[in-house]
Design a protein around this ligand. Structure first.
Ligand SMILES: Cc1cc2nc3c(=O)[nH]c(=O)nc-3n(C[C@H](O)[C@H](O)[C@H](O)COP(=O)(O)OP(=O)(O)OC[C@H]3O[C@@H](n4cnc5c(N)ncnc54)[C@H](O)[C@@H]3O)c2cc1C
Length: 364
């Protein structure tokens, strides 16, 4: 409920919200900011609200709040903050597939920074210059922009943007075919050397938050999915036959057959030592017809069901739970195998009322 009437209560809520933002307690901050009359919020509050909404997956609301922050900064002639807000709006709209709106925000970001002395926000523009030039195949220009980004980040003392500029430079080198030069970590390079002909790869240091965005361009928000999953031991011929049979009828460019290796550290922990019981499997397979409308997705469910059925005899019964859809609730027991009884005992003890039930549920 919006706290419009009592000024004192609202001031208290705003103070708590700002404290929650400072602690990066995003869910708490989001709940508190939501209760306030938007007219009480400064541009900084709106920017924090945008962050809190984003971290709690309310992306469209984050865009609304970011636009409010932008208006406030622009009205106050705060060029750097206005430019940063505009850049964030460019980025979010671009991820959502609204290319024309995104381009408009990028132009605004540029306009605000045009007459500013060197500042860290200019890194974001140099980054986009790098990507645009790289996409045109203008690799020298792309590298010059990525180096400019690095220089600005270094002079403005921003380790995060400097790390991203290193990644951008590595990306340009790999894109122009200088794969070995682009792989800046010698240990990684040594491990990959001689494995076989390189079809395509991207190895570079990157900040952790960037890793969370790696699938964003591939799978923008708003698409419809219907998942089936499986685990396999090795890659049996029958599974490969299913890939060969169903791969060519994949319904759209975003639809997926993903085969993730499960190895390394994951295998060094025993299946009974944590909730996840398929630590000994070799691959996680994920399938989905991913389409732009619910109707199209409904229409292609048969494709993925038949595909999964063809894989089933060659795979284990379980699957990562986020690759199981709503009608796979009966596979939960198979997924947790020998750990299911212990997990049920824990569920009974700590969540007997089944408050946490939106995922594939272990019933109390
Ligand atoms: C490499 C890997 C990739 C995966 N990828 C996917 C995927 O893509 N999709 C998917 O659906 N699933 C995936 N999973 C499985 C998924 O991570 C698990 O099913 C899920 O994490 C289980 O959640 P949990 O909260 O029950 O247990 P956990 O995530 O195991 O959390 C248990 C927590 O309890 C802590 N703990 C243990 N003992 C104690 C103690 N005595 N005192 C205090 N704390 C303790 C542990 O440190 C841990 O933080 C993956 C698992 C691995 C290992």
């Amino acid at each position: 409920m919006t706290e419009r009437r009592s000024g004192r209560a609202a001031a208290g809520t705003l103070r708590q919200a700002r404290e929650a933002v400072a602690r990066e307690a995003w869910a708490e901050a989001y709940g508190l900011l939501h209760r306030l009359d938007p007219r009480r919020l400064t541009p900084d509050d709106c920017a924090a609200f945008a962050d809190a909404a984003w971290w709690t997956t309310h992306v469209e609301e984050s865009i609304v709040q970011r636009a409010r922050a932008y208006s406030g900064y622009a009205a106050a002639d705060d060029a750097r903050r206005a430019a940063y807000s505009a850049w964030m709006l460019f980025y979010e709209h671009q991820l959502a597939g609204r290319a024309a709106v995104a381009a408009g925000w990028l132009r605004r970001a540029r306009r605000h920074l045009r007459d500013e002395p060197e500042c860290v926000e200019q890194c974001y523009l140099a980054w986009m210059d790098t990507e645009a030039a790289q996409q045109r195949g203008a690799f020298d220009e792309a590298m010059a922009s990525a180096r400019r980004m690095a220089e600005i980040a270094r002079r403005c003392d921003s380790p995060d943007l400097h790390a991203m500029s290193v990644q951008a430079q590595a990306g340009v080198l790999v894109a122009r075919g200088r794969v070995a030069d682009g792989l800046e970590d010698d240990r990684v390079r040594a491990r990959l050397a001689g494995l076989g002909p390189v079809v395509g790869q991207h190895v570079a240091r990157m900040p952790y938050p960037l890793i969370n965005t790696l699938f964003d361009d591939l799978v923008p928000a708003g698409l419809h999915h219907y998942w089936k999953g499986a685990f396999s031991y090795g890659l049996p011929d029958g599974a490969v036959d299913a890939f060969v049979e169903y791969g060519p009828t994949t319904p759209s460019i975003q639809s997926v057959t993903v085969v993730f290796p499960i190895d390394g550290a994951c295998h060094r922990v025993r299946p009974e030592d944590t909730a996840f019981s398929y630590r000994d499997a070799d691959y996680s397979i994920a399938l989905s017809p991913t389409l732009t409308t619910r109707e199209e997705c409904e229409a292609r469910k048969d494709w993925v069901r038949a595909y999964h059925k063809a894989l089933e005899p060659h795979c284990a019964e379980g699957a990562y739970v986020n690759f199981m859809d709503a009608d796979d609730q009966d596979r939960v027991r198979a997924n947790y195998r020998g750990n299911h009884a212990r997990l049920t005992a824990l569920k009974r003890r700590y969540d007997p009322g089944n408050l946490f039930r939106l995922n594939h549920n272990i019933t109390p």
